[in-house]
Design a binder for this molecule. Structure first.
Ligand code: SF4
Length: 326
């Protein structure tokens, strides 16, 4: 699996930033990073109907990393050949170095709300020599219906990752500040997703407002939704970030004891699967559990993601322009 990396390193060694990254990180990495594609909002600026207390788009807004440079807003679909060509070039490169797994996520909005961008991604993907087929989408769960699921399946989405702040409908909606007309019963949405034939992943954004620290109860309640995969995600915060989102996370994050107890619980009750260097995987009651304490890839030297940001360029870090590849 390392051969494609080494081949590419030689090709691109004239670019100092790029080659340093490759030498430093990718050349020794056996597990291929995922590709995270930021799907922007369909309007101007932030247009998500939610206002999640821990919204990472708001939390990292201060960096201004890629604002105001996104190409497709300046012209109409599908005439923006420039964006298409840029995406194609970068996706081809990612395919060429062996990446296989694409995650569609939101940037200032829920990704399922920007159908035109998803169609554009699909056009570009299908134009690749070897289109990506392992595609997830991460969503807050609003506006999901059968029609939307059919569309997402048609562009190759296989896994629907539903991000929850609580397993209780009212608390989940409250923490996301979802407008009343878009609030949904979690169980029904999970059933609709499962009926459509795509796999369901529940991603629990662990916080002390939406969840009690009773681990066996939390595990059993999450199992009752019938997902194939369940992730316990530690929310990302920064020591000096003054944003309300960062402060909310620092106030309501579960303490270290919770995470130790969670790992102990799985160690005692589940089968451990050691197939991922970034997170801890377990198999319990016919369901895959993942404990992810490093969702922003800040603790590892290895690269967990290539991030195709909304300016159409590839980075390895969400908050650092120096992580630009090209
Ligand atoms: S759904 Fe996503 S973009 Fe919208 S507020 Fe929540 S975290 Fe932010």
């Amino acid at each position: 699996m390392l051969t494609p990396y080494l081949t590419k390193i030689k090709i691109h060694q004239t670019r100092p930033l790029f080659s340093n990254l490759l030498r430093k990180d990718f050349s020794t990495q056996k597990t291929l990073p995922h590709i995270v594609i930021e799907v922007p909002g369909s309007g101007q600026g932030r247009d998500c109907p939610n206002r999640c207390e821990s919204c990472v788009s708001d939390l990292t807004k201060a960096y201004g990393l890629v604002d105001n440079v996104f190409l497709f807003r300046k012209t109409k679909f599908p005439t923006n050949e420039r964006l298409k060509q840029g995406l194609k070039k970068r996706l081809s490169w990612l395919c060429g170095i062996g990446c296989q797994h694409v995650i569609l996520t939101g940037c200032g909005s829920d990704p399922i709300l920007n159908r035109k961008y998803l169609e554009l991604f699909d056009q570009v993907n299908q134009s690749l020599q070897r289109p990506f087929t392992n595609i997830d989408i991460q969503t807050s769960g609003i506006c999901i219906n059968e029609k939307k699921l059919e569309f997402l399946k048609s562009i190759g989405v296989n896994v629907f990752s539903l991000s929850l702040f609580s397993l209780l409908d009212h608390l989940n909606a409250k923490i996301m500040h979802t407008p009343p007309s878009l609030q949904y019963p979690i169980k029904d949405v999970c059933q609709t997703i499962k009926n459509s034939g795509v796999d369901l992943r529940i991603s629990l954004n662990v916080n002390s407002v939406g969840f009690s620290p009773n681990i066996p109860k939390m595990v059993e309640q999450s199992l009752s939704l019938g997902a194939q995969q369940i992730t316990f995600r530690k929310l990302y915060s920064e020591p000096h970030n003054k944003s309300p989102q960062n402060q909310w996370i620092q106030k309501f994050e579960m303490n270290d004891r919770f995470w130790e107890n969670l790992l102990d619980y799985f160690a005692q009750n589940a089968k451990k699967l050691n197939n991922n260097p970034f997170s801890q995987f377990f198999h319990y009651k016919n369901t895959s559990f993942l404990v992810d304490q490093n969702c922003m890839n800040k603790l590892e030297k290895k690269n967990k993601y290539f991030i195709l940001r909304k300016n159409g360029k590839i980075y390895t870090q969400w908050d650092d322009t120096n992580s630009l590849i090209f």
